[in-house]
Write a protein that binds this ligand. Structure first.
Ligand code: DMJ
Length: 914
């Protein structure tokens, strides 16, 4: 996002463009100027403290970048747990995520302009030389067009933009002769075949060497792409055209945008998540501002700012109006259906939408930006990071967090807009959490589960491209940066493109503009440029006053409904039946259900929403019947709590969510399978016993090690090579009998994670671990020994030691997580496995409401809801001892079956409307 250009009265240089074009840039700039008018509110932060935090960001960047360069380069990304490079084809495939990796030293390219922003000019010069010397763009590898554009093309162009700026200053980069631009052009031409469709929408993937159609290409058969994938090209492509004079890039990107605009759903003015690139039919008709659509909106507004073309602003404002009408339900942003925009399509939000408050700042719509940002911050305060998805009542929906920068981005822009030091404190918390929970000896590791604090062996390139830029800029004063950031716009990957491009080579692109241009009337500029002089002068506590009513929205209110429903209730109408409130035993509910199929369109709408909610609720309930993952944290030297392995829970033994964690040294049991009385009780006494899976029940193993005096047990999978990368979370079942006699905690590790502990024993002999439901902060004593500094010897030493552990740890992609919850962990129920042979049946597993309740409350979320669930399950038990959560799902299924016809009819209706 940009603090672009400048407008009259704001005292910033103004790029030359049509008068209308000044509006968005002026909005951003007037907002920027708010920084200086701030007089009250959260305690101001001293210059010293800001500098201290800025220095901390620099040190963190060094730690991430230094470890990438030392242990991963020239690979695309660093795997921070195993401290080596991620080379595509050499690691288990993670599906689509891997399409960002093109064997082109992705992280180095994505980091180029960050180096300049962070004042590391010398390192930038070295990095550019390395890119020119080492990077090959002609690899036989299929990559995502979207990711390659925003990360690699954007990275090269950002690097070029700052290289020419430095060259002009006269000290650095004097040898530079547009080499990065030449590479960018080469890459641009490689991406162009992707646009060879009748619609002009690009194929989602391309082979860098063979393009699209050739038999060797292994791609080109796809029919669908996401809206953001097709609509996030214009900034990079137009910059490439304007830098080089080759107009074709801008033309292609414009054509794709024109097509998307044409295909918007005309009555709602919304776009769907995925579209058929050949027919232009919407494939997924849900619409939000997060995953799949996000940067399409971002690029419309920024294309206007960078290129000064009014049609982009017109489109953006039309969509924005629709977003605020249907999707924005402050402080929530909820997906809806494009044809039925009053119908929510989901009951959860994804983390990518966290960029939206930042975009609203650029738009100049500050109030909802403050509200949504505050809501997101409260979710972060609860879980330390923003989970990949969370429900409208703020429970974790997808527990991963790959160190995404969107929230930091919005925090930066809100600080620029309001000057409220509150946002500096928010940034400080982000820094603290990153150091506390994500920092590992060899970089920063993504969170695999924000609830347990377990890690994933992954440090995405966007972490370096975006996170450090926004955090550094948040605390920086003008003089801390060697160039004027106001002269540039941020791409979606936070790469910097100079605003002077708006007046360069523009005639060539203008003549090819395909969209009709209509004279904009005043209404098109509603919400635009609310000058801060109007917003703030009489009320310097403006931002705070907006945040105040939302202060406890996550902790206390835990809303069960959305605002729209409450509003209709206030207006006298009876609130519609919501799926979460439905009880099969309530005659009134059954009556309402019958009515939903009747003629009135309101009833039909309610019915449709009810069905959608039922489907989500049903899958949510299945999910909640699983115990959440646990953590095995290695706390002894040289790990010091920094390596956290995801462990499967047991349905018996000490419940780690209720009791204090168990800490102890590990010892292998003899026999290793733990299936008979231990022959080495002295070795396991007072320790955590390691046992191999297989040959007898898990409960039997637990009893044997408990009798030998072990204080806990870790069962390691005997299936060599198994890993949480590829297998769903495993939960150990009891033996079908009473297991109350088992008092010690038992956890399960897949073979790869288990071997991290076994390797550690071989190397260090004494290995101490912590078994818990959530990783604990590092041992403060150890912290003292190891200051978080890349220069720190002991840390470097431990990083090296980590390298020798060549196991990949902790990788579970979201799909397998989701799958695991939906499939009820078939593995743990397999009769073929002796450990599992006597596992409880699914219905038995699900029949314990108290246990299900525990599962929900383990997350430490949403206390009110937990109590309600508890009450509900108690009531149900009282009135009918046989009714259980597991059984409650049944009638839902049969109800849904009855509704099938209506669903089909609705789908037909949707098709007709298209
Ligand atoms: C980045 O690659 C870009 O910001 C993109 O637009 C979506 N999000 C990722 C980081 O989360």
């Amino acid at each position: 996002m940009s603090e672009a250009g400048g407008g009259p009265g704001c005292g910033f240089p103004v790029p030359q463009r049509a008068p209308w074009s000044l509006v968005a840039a002026t909005a951003a700039l007037c907002l920027v100027s708010a920084t200086s008018v701030w007089t009250a509110g959260a305690a101001p932060m001293s210059r010293e403290e800001k500098q201290k935090l800025g220095n901390q960001v620099l040190e963190m960047f060094d730690h991430a970048y230094g470890n990438y360069m030392e242990h991963a380069y020239p690979a695309d990304e660093l795997m921070p747990l195993t401290c080596r490079g991620r080379v595509r084809g050499q690691e288990p495939s993670r599906g689509d995520v891997d399409d960002a990796l093109g064997k082109f030293s992705l992280t180095l390219i994505d980091s180029l302009d960050t180096l300049v922003v962070l004042n590391k000019t010398k390192e930038f010069e070295d990095a550019v030389r390395k890119v020119l010397r080492d990077v090959n763009l002609d690899n036989d590898v299929v990559v995502s067009v979207f990711e390659t554009n925003i990360r690699v093309l954007g990275g090269l162009l950002g690097g070029h933009s700052l290289a020419i700026m430095l060259k002009e200053k006269g000290e650095y980069m004097q040898w530079y002769n547009d080499e990065l631009l030449q590479m960018a052009k080469q890459l641009g031409y490689k991406l162009l075949p992707a646009f060879n469709t009748t619609s002009g929408l690009p194929y989602p993937r391309i082979n860098l060497k063979f393009g699209i159609r050739k038999p060797e290409a292994r791609t080109g058969t796809e029919t669908d792409t996401c809206t953001a994938c097709a609509g996030t090209l214009i900034l990079e492509f137009a910059a490439l055209s304007r830098f080089t004079g080759a107009t074709i890039f801008e033309e292609y990107a414009r054509k794709a945008l024109d097509f998307l605009w044409e295909k918007r759903q005309r009555s709602s003015n919304l776009v769907g998540v995925t579209i058929n690139i050949h027919t232009g039919d919407w494939v997924r008709k849900d619409s939000g501002v997060g995953a799949g659509i996000d940067s399409y909106y971002e690029y419309l507004l920024k294309a206007y700012v960078l290129l000064g073309d009014d049609s982009f602003l017109e489109r953006f404002n039309t969509h924005y109006d629709a977003i605020m009408r249907y999707i924005s339900q402050p402080p929530l942003l909820l997906d809806v259906h494009i044809h039925k925009p009053m119908l929510n399509a989901r009951t959860w939000m994804d983390a990518l939408l966290a960029f939206f408050p930042g975009l609203q700042v650029l738009k100049g719509d500050i109030r909802p930006a403050i509200e949504t940002h505050e809501m997101l911050y409260q979710v972060i305060k609860k879980h330390n990071f923003l989970p990949e998805a969370f429900t409208t009542d703020f429970r974790v929906h997808w527990a991963q967090h790959p160190l995404r920068p969107e929230f930091a981005e919005s925090t930066y822009f809100l600080y620029k807009a309001t000057g409220d030091p509150y946002y500096l404190e928010v940034g400080k918390t982000l820094i603290e959490n990153l150091n506390k929970y994500a920092r590992v000896p060899c970089g920063f590791a993504a969170m695999k589960d924000v609830r347990t604090g377990s890690h994933e062996d992954r440090m995405d390139s966007f972490f370096l491209a975006e996170m450090f830029k926004y955090l550094y800029l948040l605390f920086a004063d003008k003089e801390d940066i060697i160039f004027d950031i106001e002269d540039y716009i941020f791409t979606t990957e936070a790469h910097l493109l100079p605003l002077w491009l708006s007046t360069t080579n523009q005639s060539m692109s203008k003549k090819n503009t395909t969209s009709e241009y209509t004279e904009l009337d005043d209404s098109n500029f509603d919400w635009t440029c609310p000058n801060t002089q109007i917003l703030f002068p009489n009320d310097p506590l403006y931002a705070q006053s907006i945040r105040e009513p939302l202060k406890n929205v996550v902790d206390k209110s835990c809303p069960r409904g959305i605002i729209r429903v409450e509003e209709s209730f206030r207006s006298g109408a009876k609130p519609p039946l919501r799926a979460r409130d439905f009880m099969a035993t309530n005659p009134e509910h059954l009556e309402i259900l019958k009515k939903m199929g009747a003629a009135s369109s309101i009833d039909a709408e309610d019915g449709l929403r009810f069905m959608q909610e039922m489907i989500e609720l049903s899958s949510q309930q299945q999910k909640e019947q699983q115990l959440p993952p646990r953590a095995v944290q290695i706390v002894s030297h040289p790990f010091f709590g920094r390596v956290v392995l995801t462990a499967g829970p047991a349905q018996f033994g000490l419940d780690l969510s209720k009791h204090k964690e168990t800490r102890g040294f590990v010892a292998s049991s003899k026999p290793y399978n733990g299936c008979s009385e231990l022959t080495n009780p002295e070795a396991v006494m007072g320790k955590i016993a390691l046992i191999q899976r297989g040959q007898c029940m898990f409960a039997e193993k637990a009893r044997n090690i408990q009798n030998a005096g072990a204080i806990g047990g870790i069962v390691i999978d005997d299936n060599e090579g198994s890993s949480s990368d590829t297998a769903p979370l495993f939960q150990m079942a009891g033996d079908g009998k009473d297991t109350d006699d088992i008092k010690i905690p038992m956890l399960f590790l897949f073979s790869k994670e288990g071997s991290i502990i076994l390797d550690a024993i071989r190397e260090y002999e004494e290995v101490e671990v912590l078994l818990s439901d959530k990783a604990k902060d590092r041992d403060p004593e150890m912290e003292n020994e190891e200051q978080p500094s890349s220069e720190n010897d002991s840390q470097n030493q431990s990083a090296e030691q980590m390298t020798s552990i060549s196991q990949e740890v902790d990788l579970i992609d979201q799909e397998s997580l989701e799958e695991s919850s939906l499939n009820s962990h078939p593995e743990s129920l397999s009769p073929a496995d002796t450990d599992n042979a006597a596992s409880v049946s699914p219905s038995e597993q699900n029949s314990n409401p108290a246990e299900n309740h525990e599962t929900t409350s383990l997350d430490g979320e949403c206390t009110d809801l937990d109590n309600q669930l508890q009450e509900q399950s108690e009531t149900e038990e009282d009135s009918s001892p046989n009714v259980s959560w597991g059984k409650k799902v049944q009638p839902i299924d049969s109800i849904l079956a009855d509704w099938n016809e209506d669903i089909e009819a609705f789908e037909m209706m949707e098709k007709d409307e298209l």
